[in-house]
Design a protein around this ligand. Structure first.
Ligand code: FES
Length: 360
């Protein structure tokens, strides 16, 4: 069979009705992308008839190389000349954007367009609970609708004399990520060793505590909560309600599981297959570059692990460095620029679950 024509290297955002039949163009020749206009006649291609399972917005593939037809699965990023980078016009038009200052001296929030922001942990603002020092970084009052993010650091409770703090987010799923250190996480009666750059899933209604290994210093983490929970609930005792149906809880970087996205990579650590939650946690690797402005249908939290650069929105930018947290609202135009020769590594968590490669 002939190769389909690449109608466009981005998906089309369309609003569809549940149960209604649609014909998706498979040949790429239709002038009414992403739908069929009968241009396939004589090509050997036939349109794909489908009925959406819900009403709402969808990203339909226009490159015709998706593995999840008719929906975009991010395959368009691997076509042509590589990941789409900012054009000379886009770079020239934004060259005068000043770097947005923080609302504190070198810490706090740098607010960009549409409620997007970059925040640096303020060590003087950390709250203390037992062996945990913590700070909300993304919360409902920041404009987040689906996700909340906390920075947590744990000290050795035998060393500090503080009790091991036990926290819970009733009804919410938790994706924890270890930024630095090694130790143990206790989840509702089970104990798992954890180390740097590992993701941990904690189920709704479970509780957890974290502790660094003796003599190893501080265990630094972020946790993303979905759905949002205003404040952690601190418990006196660890409940014994570990959900044994989800036995595997710690997910580490594995080069064999890296997915290419042109000259970038990502690895999904937690999603609706490995955890019970409708959210995705992934590790991303970005070379020195500036992506073209793009959008996602999901709400996202991003934590920078290494490398420096800028978070851009349509009319502003903020500097980012390791440890910074970014809040990205749904549909907000943005691009992340890495200015470090060695590239940038990050961890992202977004709702609803899906592929980090899907953008428009
Ligand atoms: S547009 Fe075809 S996979 Fe995204």
């Amino acid at each position: 069979m002939n190769e389909p024509v690449v109608a466009a290297t981005k998906p089309k955002l369309v609003t569809l009705k549940q149960g209604r039949p649609y014909l998706w163009c498979t040949c790429g020749r239709s002038q009414q992308q992403p739908f069929c206009d009968n241009s396939h006649a004589g090509t050997g291609f036939e349109p794909l008839r489908f009925k959406p399972e819900r009403s709402g917005d969808f990203l339909l593939c226009q490159c015709k190389h998706t593995g999840d037809a008719p929906y975009c699965d991010g395959s368009h990023n691997n076509l042509g000349d590589g990941y789409e980078e900012a054009s000379e016009e886009e770079i020239a038009a934004s060259a005068h954007f000043p770097v947005t200052p923080r609302d504190g001296v070198e810490v706090g929030k740098a607010l960009l367009d549409g409620g997007c922001y970059v925040r640096t942990v303020d060590p003087d603002a950390l709250r203390q609970q037992g062996n945990i020092a913590w700070s909300p970084m993304i919360a409902p009052e920041d404009g987040a609708n689906c996700l909340a993010l906390y920075y947590l650091e744990a000290r050795d409770s035998s060393d500090s004399g503080a009790d091991r703090a036990i926290m819970a987010f009733p009804g919410s799923h938790v994706a924890l990520f270890v930024l630095e250190g090694e130790g143990e996480i206790h989840i509702s009666g089970r104990t798992f060793p954890v180390g740097a750059e590992q993701g941990v899933y904690i189920g709704a209604d479970e509780a957890f505590s974290i502790e660094p290994s003796t003599g190893s210093g501080t265990l630094r983490t972020t946790i993303t909560i979905c759905p949002q929970c205003e404040e952690p609930r601190w418990l006196d005792q660890m409940p014994e309600n570990f959900n044994a149906e989800l036995d595997e809880r710690v997910f580490a970087f594995d080069p064999a599981k890296r997915e290419p996205m042109a000259d970038r990579f990502y690895q999904v650590l937690i999603d609706d297959n490995t955890g019970g939650a409708d959210m995705t946690q992934f590790l991303g690797e970005v070379p020195k570059s500036r992506a073209a402005g793009h959008h996602h249908l999901y709400e996202e939290t991003i934590t920078i692990l290494s490398g420096e650069g800028y978070m851009w929105t349509e009319g502003a930018r903020a500097a980012v460095k390791p440890g910074d947290v970014i809040f990205l609202p749904r549909r907000q135009q943005h691009s992340l620029e890495c200015t470090s020769e060695g590239g940038m590594r990050l961890v992202g968590v977004f709702f609803p679950a899906g592929s980090p490669a899907v953008n428009y």
